[in-house]
Design a protein around this ligand. Structure first.
Ligand SMILES: [Ca+2]
Length: 213
């Protein structure tokens, strides 16, 4: 899972990734150097993260327990509860937007974590399940589907899928050494208009440009 933000105005954007049990900041995109990292303690499983109003929010999959961090120090500054599983997390500037492995996406109030609204992801009237990592980009929710090399673009009002992004073969076969090495990272640098993708156990982070087919 990835979120993108600028650490300081004079610096370029970094990525926060929580692959396995940590959150880390990578800067210097040409080197991929890890600048900062915080481990998530057992038994929690590090899941989706997002940066909203100066705080990083993080889900922990099946523990119904979220963590809140200071984005500069990575110090834990709070916790929150959610119901059911927590997979992907993003935000539209107002609500935390959470996926749970089904086709349901919930919008939570970041002040009290109450559910503001729920949408169901559908394509041509059929549910699209296993919605995983999320990224809110220019009024749409981009999401990957677990174990698929595709990202869907979702209308946040209706849940309708409005487009598919095909990432088949972005990583070559000999670079994948694990069945769980799946696409699951999407980050958008709003300032630079740059879109990044990666995956669990992937050796690379890609900046991609979308081409209409
Ligand atoms: Ca993301």
């Amino acid at each position: 899972m990835m979120a993108s933000y600028s650490r300081a105005p004079e610096k370029s954007a970094g990525q926060v990734s929580d692959e396995w049990n940590w959150i880390q900041v990578q800067c210097c995109l040409d080197t991929g150097a890890v600048l900062q990292r915080v481990d998530v303690p057992e038994p929690y499983f590090a899941e989706g993260i997002t940066l909203l109003k100066g705080k990083i929010y993080q889900l922990t999959w099946q523990h119904e327990q979220g963590f809140i961090y200071d984005p500069w120090t990575f110090e834990k500054v709070g916790t929150f509860k959610y119901q059911g599983e927590g997979w992907g997390l993003t935000n539209d500037g107002q609500s935390l937007i959470l996926s749970d492995g089904t086709n349901r996406i919930r919008f939570l109030d970041p002040d009290n974590f109450q559910v503001r609204k729920t949408i169901a992801v559908v394509a041509n009237g059929s549910p699209v399940n296993e919605i995983n990592e999320l990224e809110y980009i220019q009024g749409e929710i981009y999401a990957n589907i677990w174990h698929a090399d595709r990202i869907v673009r979702i209308d946040p009002q209706t849940g309708q899928i409005v487009g598919w992004i095909d990432l088949t073969a972005i990583l070559s076969r000999n670079e994948i050494h694990d069945e769980e090495a799946v696409l699951n990272g999407i980050a958008y640098d709003e300032t630079g208009g740059r879109l990044f993708v990666t995956g669990k156990l992937w050796p690379k982070l890609f900046e991609i440009r979308l081409i209409r087919k």
